[in-house]
Write a protein that binds this ligand. Structure first.
Ligand SMILES: [Cu+2]
Length: 156
């Protein structure tokens, strides 16, 4: 019983990785039925418009519907040279950002990624982000799960 559960989780995450690697390949709807069963989801994702080569933050509400806690361990996007998890903090009256290796996602709870708080940092944008655009990224978790995020771009 334990073994078959582990195998099914591994095959789901392999499927998600395969999909992100070949997005835009054909015209079939991109919605994957396996994702509906994921207890993790990022809602209302957004970013500010930014110039090519610049830095942009992605904000969202990360929801964990599971009764088991998980840990966000990474983010990746083909749109940027480097994609990292960041937190903002005040120090000596000014705001600073720092990269973090992971962020806990409690069971049956949500974590707000928002300005002056946690965010996904895109550094070295490979193209400009314009109003109405979409930023695609993937969040990866300690459980082995990964979820796609489509972030809307709005003017600053
Ligand atoms: Cu940042």
């Amino acid at each position: 019983m334990r073994i078959s559960r582990a195998i099914s989780v591994a095959s789901v995450s392999a499927f998600a990785l395969g999909l992100s690697g070949c997005s835009g390949g054909d015209a079939a709807p991109a919605a994957a039925p396996t994702r509906a069963s994921s207890p993790l989801a990022a809602h209302a994702a957004w970013s500010r418009s930014a110039d090519s080569g610049a830095t942009a933050a992605v904000y969202f509400s990360l929801v964990n519907r599971s009764t088991v806690a998980d840990t966000l361990t990474g983010a990746r996007s083909e749109l940027a040279e480097e994609t990292t998890l960041h937190v903002s903090m005040e120090h000596g009256g000014t705001m600073h950002m720092a990269a973090v290796a992971s962020l806990p996602v409690p069971a049956k709870d949500s974590v707000a990624f928002q300005p002056l708080g946690a965010h996904v940092m895109l550094r070295g944008l490979r193209r400009p982000l314009v109003d109405g655009d979409t930023v695609a990224l993937t969040l990866t978790f300690a459980s082995g799960r990964s979820i796609p995020v489509r972030s809307g771009v709005r003017l600053p």
